[in-house]
Ligand binder design. Structure first.
Ligand SMILES: *[C@@H]1O[C@H](CO)[C@@H](O)[C@H](O)[C@H]1NC(C)=O
Ligand SMILES: [Cu+2]
Length: 531
Protein backbone atom coordinates (compact mmCIF):
# COMPACT_ATOMS: atom_id res chain seq x y z
CA UNK A 1 0.00 0.00 0.00
CA UNK A 2 0.98 3.54 -0.51
CA UNK A 3 3.08 5.02 2.22
CA UNK A 4 1.60 8.43 1.63
CA UNK A 5 -1.89 7.37 2.40
CA UNK A 6 -0.84 6.05 5.73
CA UNK A 7 1.22 8.87 6.82
CA UNK A 8 0.09 10.38 9.43
CA UNK A 9 0.90 13.99 8.91
CA UNK A 10 -2.39 15.68 8.50
CA UNK A 11 -1.78 19.16 7.49
CA UNK A 12 -5.24 20.21 8.31
CA UNK A 13 -4.76 23.86 7.77
CA UNK A 14 -7.45 24.04 10.34
CA UNK A 15 -9.07 26.88 12.02
CA UNK A 16 -6.91 29.72 10.92
CA UNK A 17 -8.74 32.28 12.84
CA UNK A 18 -7.94 35.92 12.88
CA UNK A 19 -8.74 37.33 16.23
CA UNK A 20 -10.49 40.20 14.57
CA UNK A 21 -12.93 37.77 12.97
CA UNK A 22 -13.36 36.03 16.22
CA UNK A 23 -14.74 32.72 17.11
CA UNK A 24 -16.35 33.93 20.22
CA UNK A 25 -16.71 37.41 21.44
CA UNK A 26 -17.05 37.68 25.14
CA UNK A 27 -17.77 41.18 26.19
CA UNK A 28 -19.69 40.22 29.26
CA UNK A 29 -17.99 39.97 32.55
CA UNK A 30 -20.09 37.02 33.58
CA UNK A 31 -17.48 34.63 32.31
CA UNK A 32 -14.77 34.36 34.89
CA UNK A 33 -12.24 31.67 35.39
CA UNK A 34 -13.49 30.93 38.84
CA UNK A 35 -15.39 32.58 41.56
CA UNK A 36 -13.09 34.69 43.63
CA UNK A 37 -15.26 37.40 45.13
CA UNK A 38 -15.96 37.92 48.84
CA UNK A 39 -12.35 38.02 49.76
CA UNK A 40 -10.85 38.83 53.08
CA UNK A 41 -8.80 41.99 52.72
CA UNK A 42 -5.57 40.79 51.18
CA UNK A 43 -2.14 41.91 52.23
CA UNK A 44 -0.79 44.38 49.74
CA UNK A 45 2.11 43.11 47.77
CA UNK A 46 4.04 45.79 46.03
CA UNK A 47 6.97 43.72 44.92
CA UNK A 48 5.52 41.61 42.12
CA UNK A 49 5.73 42.67 38.51
CA UNK A 50 2.43 43.82 37.08
CA UNK A 51 1.71 40.88 34.90
CA UNK A 52 2.18 38.29 37.56
CA UNK A 53 -1.46 38.46 38.50
CA UNK A 54 -1.81 36.25 35.40
CA UNK A 55 1.13 33.92 36.02
CA UNK A 56 0.75 30.20 36.32
CA UNK A 57 1.46 28.59 39.67
CA UNK A 58 5.08 27.96 40.42
CA UNK A 59 6.36 24.66 41.73
CA UNK A 60 6.73 26.21 45.22
CA UNK A 61 3.18 27.57 45.19
CA UNK A 62 1.81 24.14 44.27
CA UNK A 63 3.74 22.55 47.10
CA UNK A 64 2.41 25.16 49.55
CA UNK A 65 -1.17 24.41 48.58
CA UNK A 66 -0.73 20.63 48.76
CA UNK A 67 0.69 21.00 52.27
CA UNK A 68 -2.08 23.37 53.28
CA UNK A 69 -4.82 21.03 52.04
CA UNK A 70 -3.28 17.99 53.73
CA UNK A 71 -3.17 19.89 57.00
CA UNK A 72 -6.57 21.55 56.79
CA UNK A 73 -9.17 19.40 55.04
CA UNK A 74 -9.65 17.23 58.09
CA UNK A 75 -9.62 13.96 56.12
CA UNK A 76 -6.71 11.82 54.97
CA UNK A 77 -5.65 12.69 51.42
CA UNK A 78 -3.87 10.03 49.39
CA UNK A 79 -1.48 10.94 46.62
CA UNK A 80 -3.55 10.66 43.42
CA UNK A 81 -0.67 8.68 41.98
CA UNK A 82 -1.70 5.76 44.20
CA UNK A 83 -5.25 6.63 45.28
CA UNK A 84 -7.99 4.06 44.93
CA UNK A 85 -11.43 5.20 43.73
CA UNK A 86 -12.61 5.00 47.35
CA UNK A 87 -9.86 7.32 48.62
CA UNK A 88 -9.70 11.09 48.88
CA UNK A 89 -7.10 12.85 46.76
CA UNK A 90 -6.18 16.16 45.18
CA UNK A 91 -7.00 15.88 41.49
CA UNK A 92 -5.42 19.10 40.25
CA UNK A 93 -4.44 22.66 41.09
CA UNK A 94 -4.50 25.76 38.95
CA UNK A 95 -4.14 29.44 39.59
CA UNK A 96 -7.51 31.04 40.19
CA UNK A 97 -7.26 34.27 38.28
CA UNK A 98 -8.96 37.31 39.77
CA UNK A 99 -12.26 38.41 38.28
CA UNK A 100 -11.74 40.92 35.52
CA UNK A 101 -13.01 43.93 37.49
CA UNK A 102 -10.49 43.27 40.26
CA UNK A 103 -7.68 42.67 37.80
CA UNK A 104 -8.42 45.90 35.91
CA UNK A 105 -8.90 47.80 39.14
CA UNK A 106 -5.37 46.86 40.02
CA UNK A 107 -3.83 47.29 36.57
CA UNK A 108 -5.61 50.48 35.50
CA UNK A 109 -6.84 52.24 38.62
CA UNK A 110 -4.13 51.52 41.22
CA UNK A 111 -6.58 49.62 43.38
CA UNK A 112 -5.39 46.83 45.63
CA UNK A 113 -3.63 43.87 44.14
CA UNK A 114 -6.06 40.96 44.09
CA UNK A 115 -4.85 38.15 46.34
CA UNK A 116 -3.17 35.24 44.64
CA UNK A 117 -5.51 32.28 44.91
CA UNK A 118 -5.64 28.71 43.77
CA UNK A 119 -8.36 26.46 42.44
CA UNK A 120 -7.98 23.03 44.03
CA UNK A 121 -10.09 20.16 42.75
CA UNK A 122 -10.44 17.35 45.27
CA UNK A 123 -11.93 13.89 44.81
CA UNK A 124 -13.74 12.86 47.98
CA UNK A 125 -14.02 9.12 47.36
CA UNK A 126 -13.56 8.11 50.97
CA UNK A 127 -17.02 9.01 52.29
CA UNK A 128 -20.51 7.49 52.10
CA UNK A 129 -21.67 10.04 49.49
CA UNK A 130 -18.55 10.66 47.39
CA UNK A 131 -18.23 13.86 45.42
CA UNK A 132 -15.89 16.17 43.54
CA UNK A 133 -15.29 19.46 45.33
CA UNK A 134 -13.70 22.65 44.05
CA UNK A 135 -11.94 24.78 46.63
CA UNK A 136 -10.66 28.28 46.44
CA UNK A 137 -7.44 28.37 48.45
CA UNK A 138 -5.60 31.54 49.37
CA UNK A 139 -3.82 33.74 49.75
CA UNK A 140 -0.42 32.68 48.48
CA UNK A 141 2.32 32.37 49.57
CA UNK A 142 0.91 31.27 52.95
CA UNK A 143 -2.65 30.02 52.52
CA UNK A 144 -4.99 30.68 55.43
CA UNK A 145 -8.37 29.82 53.98
CA UNK A 146 -10.10 27.34 51.66
CA UNK A 147 -13.68 27.73 50.49
CA UNK A 148 -15.93 25.20 48.83
CA UNK A 149 -17.11 27.00 45.67
CA UNK A 150 -18.70 23.94 44.05
CA UNK A 151 -22.34 24.81 44.58
CA UNK A 152 -21.86 28.44 43.61
CA UNK A 153 -20.01 27.47 40.47
CA UNK A 154 -22.07 24.50 39.28
CA UNK A 155 -25.36 24.98 41.12
CA UNK A 156 -25.30 21.36 42.25
CA UNK A 157 -23.14 18.64 43.66
CA UNK A 158 -20.58 17.39 41.13
CA UNK A 159 -21.25 13.64 40.98
CA UNK A 160 -18.28 11.44 41.71
CA UNK A 161 -18.87 9.15 38.73
CA UNK A 162 -18.33 12.11 36.39
CA UNK A 163 -14.73 12.65 37.50
CA UNK A 164 -12.00 12.27 34.90
CA UNK A 165 -10.04 9.02 34.81
CA UNK A 166 -6.69 9.38 36.57
CA UNK A 167 -3.47 7.78 35.39
CA UNK A 168 -3.80 5.36 38.29
CA UNK A 169 -7.27 4.31 37.17
CA UNK A 170 -6.00 3.75 33.60
CA UNK A 171 -3.25 1.51 34.97
CA UNK A 172 -5.78 -0.45 37.00
CA UNK A 173 -8.13 -0.81 34.03
CA UNK A 174 -5.21 -2.11 31.99
CA UNK A 175 -4.42 -4.77 34.60
CA UNK A 176 -8.09 -5.68 34.65
CA UNK A 177 -8.22 -6.03 30.85
CA UNK A 178 -5.08 -8.14 30.67
CA UNK A 179 -6.43 -10.36 33.39
CA UNK A 180 -9.63 -10.77 31.36
CA UNK A 181 -7.62 -11.66 28.24
CA UNK A 182 -6.43 -14.79 30.03
CA UNK A 183 -10.00 -16.10 29.57
CA UNK A 184 -9.54 -16.41 25.80
CA UNK A 185 -6.09 -18.00 25.34
CA UNK A 186 -6.82 -20.14 22.26
CA UNK A 187 -8.61 -17.40 20.43
CA UNK A 188 -5.92 -14.80 21.19
CA UNK A 189 -3.15 -17.18 20.19
CA UNK A 190 -4.76 -17.75 16.80
CA UNK A 191 -6.00 -14.27 15.98
CA UNK A 192 -3.17 -12.26 17.38
CA UNK A 193 -0.18 -14.48 18.25
CA UNK A 194 -0.80 -13.39 21.85
CA UNK A 195 1.09 -13.43 24.22
CA UNK A 196 4.12 -13.27 21.86
CA UNK A 197 2.54 -10.21 20.31
CA UNK A 198 2.63 -7.25 22.68
CA UNK A 199 -0.85 -5.73 22.98
CA UNK A 200 -1.78 -2.25 24.18
CA UNK A 201 -5.13 -0.69 24.96
CA UNK A 202 -6.40 2.69 23.90
CA UNK A 203 -9.15 4.56 25.71
CA UNK A 204 -12.14 6.17 24.06
CA UNK A 205 -14.61 8.73 25.33
CA UNK A 206 -17.31 9.49 26.33
CA UNK A 207 -17.65 6.78 28.93
CA UNK A 208 -21.34 6.16 28.48
CA UNK A 209 -24.49 7.68 27.12
CA UNK A 210 -26.32 8.79 30.23
CA UNK A 211 -25.54 10.35 33.54
CA UNK A 212 -24.17 7.80 35.98
CA UNK A 213 -22.40 5.71 33.33
CA UNK A 214 -18.70 5.12 33.68
CA UNK A 215 -17.98 2.43 31.11
CA UNK A 216 -15.32 2.81 28.44
CA UNK A 217 -14.63 1.00 25.18
CA UNK A 218 -10.96 0.06 25.11
CA UNK A 219 -9.54 -0.81 21.71
CA UNK A 220 -6.67 -3.28 21.45
CA UNK A 221 -3.66 -2.60 19.29
CA UNK A 222 -0.44 -4.31 18.49
CA UNK A 223 2.25 -2.49 20.41
CA UNK A 224 5.29 -2.21 18.22
CA UNK A 225 8.40 -0.73 19.76
CA UNK A 226 9.06 2.81 18.56
CA UNK A 227 5.91 2.97 16.51
CA UNK A 228 2.49 4.57 16.53
CA UNK A 229 0.37 1.67 17.69
CA UNK A 230 -2.75 3.72 16.90
CA UNK A 231 -2.75 2.29 13.37
CA UNK A 232 -2.16 -1.37 14.28
CA UNK A 233 -5.59 -2.47 15.58
CA UNK A 234 -6.03 -6.24 16.05
CA UNK A 235 -9.84 -6.22 15.87
CA UNK A 236 -10.70 -6.70 19.54
CA UNK A 237 -12.54 -4.07 21.60
CA UNK A 238 -13.70 -4.38 25.20
CA UNK A 239 -16.31 -2.36 27.06
CA UNK A 240 -15.21 -2.06 30.70
CA UNK A 241 -17.59 -0.83 33.36
CA UNK A 242 -15.30 0.83 35.90
CA UNK A 243 -17.99 2.69 37.80
CA UNK A 244 -17.61 0.73 41.02
CA UNK A 245 -15.40 2.24 43.70
CA UNK A 246 -14.42 -1.33 44.49
CA UNK A 247 -12.11 -2.48 41.72
CA UNK A 248 -13.00 -6.13 42.26
CA UNK A 249 -16.51 -5.23 41.03
CA UNK A 250 -15.37 -3.93 37.64
CA UNK A 251 -16.91 -5.80 34.75
CA UNK A 252 -16.58 -6.49 31.06
CA UNK A 253 -19.94 -5.35 29.67
CA UNK A 254 -19.38 -6.20 26.04
CA UNK A 255 -16.75 -7.55 23.69
CA UNK A 256 -16.46 -6.80 20.00
CA UNK A 257 -14.37 -8.72 17.55
CA UNK A 258 -14.26 -8.25 13.80
CA UNK A 259 -17.86 -7.13 13.35
CA UNK A 260 -19.48 -9.33 16.03
CA UNK A 261 -20.41 -8.75 19.67
CA UNK A 262 -19.79 -11.27 22.48
CA UNK A 263 -20.87 -11.32 26.09
CA UNK A 264 -17.36 -11.60 27.44
CA UNK A 265 -13.96 -13.05 26.73
CA UNK A 266 -14.93 -16.49 28.00
CA UNK A 267 -17.88 -16.44 25.58
CA UNK A 268 -15.59 -15.37 22.74
CA UNK A 269 -13.24 -18.26 23.57
CA UNK A 270 -16.10 -20.74 23.66
CA UNK A 271 -17.65 -19.49 20.41
CA UNK A 272 -14.22 -19.60 18.79
CA UNK A 273 -13.65 -23.20 19.84
CA UNK A 274 -17.12 -24.02 18.49
CA UNK A 275 -16.12 -22.52 15.13
CA UNK A 276 -18.50 -19.58 15.33
CA UNK A 277 -15.95 -16.75 15.22
CA UNK A 278 -14.71 -15.35 11.94
CA UNK A 279 -11.16 -14.68 13.02
CA UNK A 280 -8.56 -12.77 11.02
CA UNK A 281 -4.95 -13.62 11.69
CA UNK A 282 -2.96 -10.50 12.30
CA UNK A 283 0.76 -11.02 11.84
CA UNK A 284 3.32 -9.58 14.16
CA UNK A 285 4.70 -6.41 12.59
CA UNK A 286 8.43 -6.51 12.01
CA UNK A 287 10.40 -3.30 12.40
CA UNK A 288 11.44 -3.35 8.73
CA UNK A 289 7.86 -3.42 7.41
CA UNK A 290 6.22 -1.26 10.05
CA UNK A 291 4.27 1.39 8.19
CA UNK A 292 3.63 3.24 11.46
CA UNK A 293 7.29 3.76 12.24
CA UNK A 294 8.66 7.29 12.46
CA UNK A 295 12.08 5.95 11.52
CA UNK A 296 13.04 6.50 7.88
CA UNK A 297 13.37 3.13 6.10
CA UNK A 298 16.86 4.14 5.03
CA UNK A 299 19.21 6.87 6.20
CA UNK A 300 18.59 10.10 4.30
CA UNK A 301 21.26 10.92 1.69
CA UNK A 302 23.81 13.48 2.80
CA UNK A 303 22.63 17.01 2.06
CA UNK A 304 23.85 20.49 2.91
CA UNK A 305 22.37 21.95 6.10
CA UNK A 306 18.94 23.55 5.75
CA UNK A 307 18.47 27.34 5.92
CA UNK A 308 18.45 29.03 9.31
CA UNK A 309 17.17 32.43 10.28
CA UNK A 310 19.54 34.47 12.41
CA UNK A 311 19.15 37.57 14.52
CA UNK A 312 22.08 39.84 13.68
CA UNK A 313 21.48 42.19 16.63
CA UNK A 314 20.02 39.70 19.07
CA UNK A 315 16.42 39.26 20.02
CA UNK A 316 13.98 42.09 19.42
CA UNK A 317 11.54 40.80 22.04
CA UNK A 318 11.84 40.03 25.71
CA UNK A 319 10.28 37.42 27.96
CA UNK A 320 10.16 38.31 31.65
CA UNK A 321 8.29 35.81 33.77
CA UNK A 322 4.94 35.49 32.05
CA UNK A 323 5.14 38.80 30.18
CA UNK A 324 6.28 39.19 26.57
CA UNK A 325 7.24 42.52 25.05
CA UNK A 326 7.67 42.85 21.30
CA UNK A 327 7.67 46.15 19.42
CA UNK A 328 4.26 47.66 20.24
CA UNK A 329 2.99 44.41 21.71
CA UNK A 330 2.80 43.28 25.29
CA UNK A 331 0.97 40.27 26.74
CA UNK A 332 0.95 37.77 29.58
CA UNK A 333 0.83 34.07 28.81
CA UNK A 334 0.21 30.87 30.69
CA UNK A 335 -1.03 27.30 30.44
CA UNK A 336 -4.12 25.81 31.98
CA UNK A 337 -3.51 22.15 32.70
CA UNK A 338 -6.87 21.23 31.15
CA UNK A 339 -7.74 23.87 28.59
CA UNK A 340 -4.25 24.69 27.35
CA UNK A 341 -2.61 27.98 26.39
CA UNK A 342 -4.10 31.24 27.66
CA UNK A 343 -3.12 34.85 27.04
CA UNK A 344 -4.13 37.89 29.04
CA UNK A 345 -3.83 41.64 28.91
CA UNK A 346 -2.77 41.89 25.28
CA UNK A 347 -1.74 45.45 24.56
CA UNK A 348 -0.87 47.12 21.30
CA UNK A 349 0.82 50.43 21.90
CA UNK A 350 -0.61 51.92 25.06
CA UNK A 351 -3.95 50.22 24.72
CA UNK A 352 -5.24 46.90 25.92
CA UNK A 353 -7.08 45.39 22.96
CA UNK A 354 -7.71 41.89 24.33
CA UNK A 355 -8.29 41.03 27.96
CA UNK A 356 -8.26 37.28 27.43
CA UNK A 357 -7.49 35.01 24.51
CA UNK A 358 -7.53 31.38 25.52
CA UNK A 359 -8.06 27.96 24.11
CA UNK A 360 -11.08 26.33 25.75
CA UNK A 361 -11.61 22.98 24.07
CA UNK A 362 -10.49 20.74 21.23
CA UNK A 363 -13.07 18.21 20.19
CA UNK A 364 -12.83 15.34 17.74
CA UNK A 365 -15.90 13.30 16.75
CA UNK A 366 -15.47 9.99 14.89
CA UNK A 367 -17.42 7.57 12.78
CA UNK A 368 -16.66 3.86 12.39
CA UNK A 369 -18.28 0.45 12.13
CA UNK A 370 -16.49 -0.61 15.34
CA UNK A 371 -17.93 0.46 18.71
CA UNK A 372 -14.82 2.22 20.05
CA UNK A 373 -14.48 4.36 16.95
CA UNK A 374 -18.19 4.98 16.39
CA UNK A 375 -18.72 6.24 19.92
CA UNK A 376 -15.60 8.38 20.16
CA UNK A 377 -16.11 12.07 20.82
CA UNK A 378 -12.91 13.22 22.44
CA UNK A 379 -13.11 16.44 24.38
CA UNK A 380 -9.43 16.99 24.93
CA UNK A 381 -9.94 19.49 27.71
CA UNK A 382 -10.99 16.54 29.85
CA UNK A 383 -7.72 14.74 29.06
CA UNK A 384 -5.48 17.75 29.68
CA UNK A 385 -4.42 19.95 26.77
CA UNK A 386 -1.90 21.67 29.05
CA UNK A 387 -0.80 18.55 30.87
CA UNK A 388 0.12 16.93 27.55
CA UNK A 389 1.98 19.96 26.26
CA UNK A 390 5.43 18.41 26.23
CA UNK A 391 8.96 19.49 25.47
CA UNK A 392 9.58 21.17 22.13
CA UNK A 393 12.51 20.16 19.99
CA UNK A 394 14.79 23.00 19.04
CA UNK A 395 15.04 23.47 15.31
CA UNK A 396 12.10 21.16 14.53
CA UNK A 397 9.13 22.14 16.65
CA UNK A 398 10.25 25.76 16.77
CA UNK A 399 13.05 27.67 15.07
CA UNK A 400 16.48 26.95 16.45
CA UNK A 401 16.95 30.36 18.05
CA UNK A 402 13.53 30.52 19.75
CA UNK A 403 13.20 31.19 23.47
CA UNK A 404 11.96 28.14 25.37
CA UNK A 405 9.95 28.32 28.59
CA UNK A 406 9.24 25.56 31.14
CA UNK A 407 5.86 24.89 32.74
CA UNK A 408 5.00 23.08 35.94
CA UNK A 409 1.67 21.44 36.49
CA UNK A 410 0.03 19.48 39.23
CA UNK A 411 -2.55 16.88 38.28
CA UNK A 412 -3.01 13.18 39.09
CA UNK A 413 -0.25 13.46 41.69
CA UNK A 414 0.76 15.47 44.75
CA UNK A 415 4.09 16.31 43.19
CA UNK A 416 4.39 19.09 40.64
CA UNK A 417 5.72 17.87 37.32
CA UNK A 418 7.87 19.76 34.90
CA UNK A 419 7.15 20.07 31.20
CA UNK A 420 10.49 21.45 30.18
CA UNK A 421 10.67 23.86 27.22
CA UNK A 422 6.98 23.44 26.54
CA UNK A 423 6.39 26.98 25.28
CA UNK A 424 8.49 28.60 22.61
CA UNK A 425 8.56 32.23 21.57
CA UNK A 426 10.24 33.51 18.45
CA UNK A 427 10.21 36.31 15.96
CA UNK A 428 10.15 35.13 12.41
CA UNK A 429 10.38 36.37 8.88
CA UNK A 430 6.96 35.57 7.43
CA UNK A 431 8.40 35.18 3.93
CA UNK A 432 5.90 37.53 2.30
CA UNK A 433 5.76 41.33 2.43
CA UNK A 434 3.25 42.95 4.78
CA UNK A 435 2.52 45.35 1.95
CA UNK A 436 4.19 46.46 -1.25
CA UNK A 437 3.43 48.43 -4.35
CA UNK A 438 5.35 48.96 -7.51
CA UNK A 439 4.11 51.67 -9.77
CA UNK A 440 4.76 52.27 -13.43
CA UNK A 441 1.55 54.18 -13.95
CA UNK A 442 1.90 57.94 -13.81
CA UNK A 443 5.17 57.80 -11.96
CA UNK A 444 7.71 55.21 -11.03
CA UNK A 445 8.08 54.22 -7.42
CA UNK A 446 8.17 51.26 -5.09
CA UNK A 447 7.15 50.97 -1.46
CA UNK A 448 7.33 47.75 0.54
CA UNK A 449 7.44 46.53 4.10
CA UNK A 450 9.03 43.26 5.11
CA UNK A 451 6.84 41.21 7.40
CA UNK A 452 8.01 39.81 10.70
CA UNK A 453 5.83 38.49 13.45
CA UNK A 454 6.19 37.16 16.95
CA UNK A 455 4.90 33.65 17.58
CA UNK A 456 4.00 32.04 20.89
CA UNK A 457 3.69 28.27 20.44
CA UNK A 458 2.94 25.14 22.41
CA UNK A 459 2.27 21.62 21.10
CA UNK A 460 -0.13 19.23 22.83
CA UNK A 461 0.06 15.52 22.16
CA UNK A 462 -3.39 14.15 22.89
CA UNK A 463 -3.11 10.40 22.44
CA UNK A 464 -2.45 10.07 18.70
CA UNK A 465 -2.77 13.70 17.69
CA UNK A 466 -0.34 16.53 18.05
CA UNK A 467 -1.86 19.98 17.96
CA UNK A 468 0.45 22.90 17.29
CA UNK A 469 -1.09 25.97 18.94
CA UNK A 470 0.14 29.29 17.55
CA UNK A 471 -0.57 32.85 18.60
CA UNK A 472 0.94 35.25 16.09
CA UNK A 473 1.46 38.98 16.64
CA UNK A 474 1.95 41.11 13.52
CA UNK A 475 3.48 44.55 13.17
CA UNK A 476 0.18 46.02 11.96
CA UNK A 477 -1.79 45.12 15.07
CA UNK A 478 -3.29 41.86 13.81
CA UNK A 479 -3.33 38.77 15.98
CA UNK A 480 -3.62 35.42 14.32
CA UNK A 481 -4.61 32.27 16.16
CA UNK A 482 -4.02 29.01 14.36
CA UNK A 483 -3.65 25.32 14.93
CA UNK A 484 -1.91 22.66 12.88
CA UNK A 485 -2.90 19.06 13.50
CA UNK A 486 -0.27 16.38 13.03
CA UNK A 487 0.81 13.12 14.68
CA UNK A 488 -1.06 9.90 13.87
CA UNK A 489 -4.60 9.30 12.72
CA UNK A 490 -6.97 7.37 14.92
CA UNK A 491 -8.05 4.04 13.46
CA UNK A 492 -10.40 1.07 13.65
CA UNK A 493 -9.93 -2.51 12.58
CA UNK A 494 -10.83 -2.98 8.91
CA UNK A 495 -13.75 -5.39 9.03
CA UNK A 496 -14.47 -5.51 5.31
CA UNK A 497 -17.44 -3.18 5.66
CA UNK A 498 -15.59 -0.17 6.95
CA UNK A 499 -15.22 1.82 3.76
CA UNK A 500 -18.37 3.80 4.48
CA UNK A 501 -16.59 5.19 7.55
CA UNK A 502 -13.17 6.08 6.25
CA UNK A 503 -10.26 4.91 4.17
CA UNK A 504 -8.44 1.65 4.31
CA UNK A 505 -4.89 2.68 5.12
CA UNK A 506 -3.41 -0.72 5.95
CA UNK A 507 -4.29 -4.38 5.52
CA UNK A 508 -6.26 -4.33 8.78
CA UNK A 509 -6.51 -0.59 9.34
CA UNK A 510 -9.39 1.77 8.70
CA UNK A 511 -8.50 5.45 9.01
CA UNK A 512 -11.75 6.69 10.46
CA UNK A 513 -13.75 9.67 9.30
CA UNK A 514 -13.84 12.47 11.81
CA UNK A 515 -14.07 16.15 12.39
CA UNK A 516 -12.18 18.55 14.64
CA UNK A 517 -13.53 21.55 16.44
CA UNK A 518 -11.43 24.06 18.36
CA UNK A 519 -13.00 26.58 20.62
CA UNK A 520 -11.30 29.75 21.84
CA UNK A 521 -12.48 32.42 24.21
CA UNK A 522 -11.71 35.94 23.02
CA UNK A 523 -12.53 38.91 25.21
CA UNK A 524 -11.84 41.94 23.05
CA UNK A 525 -11.53 45.34 24.68
CA UNK A 526 -10.90 47.55 21.68
CA UNK A 527 -11.55 51.22 22.46
CA UNK A 528 -12.58 50.43 25.99
CA UNK A 529 -14.84 47.81 27.44
CA UNK A 530 -18.32 49.04 26.65
CA UNK A 531 -18.73 48.97 22.87
C1 LIG B 1 -18.69 16.96 49.22
O1 LIG B 1 -17.87 16.39 50.21
C2 LIG B 1 -17.24 17.33 51.07
C3 LIG B 1 -16.24 16.60 51.96
O2 LIG B 1 -16.90 15.71 52.77
C4 LIG B 1 -18.27 18.09 51.85
O3 LIG B 1 -17.66 19.06 52.67
C5 LIG B 1 -19.22 18.78 50.87
O4 LIG B 1 -20.27 19.40 51.55
C6 LIG B 1 -19.79 17.78 49.87
N1 LIG B 1 -20.51 18.52 48.86
C7 LIG B 1 -21.80 18.36 48.62
C8 LIG B 1 -22.41 19.25 47.60
O5 LIG B 1 -22.46 17.53 49.19
CU1 LIG C 1 -7.90 14.61 12.25
Amino acid sequence: MNMKTVVILLFLALATVFALVCVLLTKKEKVTTCVCTELPSPPEDINGEESNIFSDLTEEEMAQVVTYLKDNLGVPLQDALHAEPADNCIYYLDVCLPVKADALGFLDHSRIRPPRQVLAVVFFGGQPDPNVTEFLVGPLPNPTYHRDITLRKFGRKVPYHSRPVTEKEYRDIDSFIFHELSKAPTFLKDCCEYPEMDLATLTTAPRGLESGDRATWFVLFQNVFGSGYYIHPVGLEILVDHSSLDRSQWEVKNVFYNGQYYQGLAQLEKDYKDGRVKEIRVKRVQPENDFASMKPPMPPPPAPASPLQFEPHGKRYSVTGSRVLYQSWSFAFGMNVNTGPRLFDIRFGKERIVYELSLQEALAAYGSDCPGGMSTRYMDGSLGIGKFSFELVRGVDCPYAATYVDRHYLIDSDTPRLNKNSFCIFEHDMGVPLRRHFSNMGSFYYGGLAQYALVLRAVSTLINYDYVWDFVFYQNGAIEVKVHATGYISSSFFTGKGKAYGNRVGEHTLGTMHTHLMNYKVDLDIEGRSS
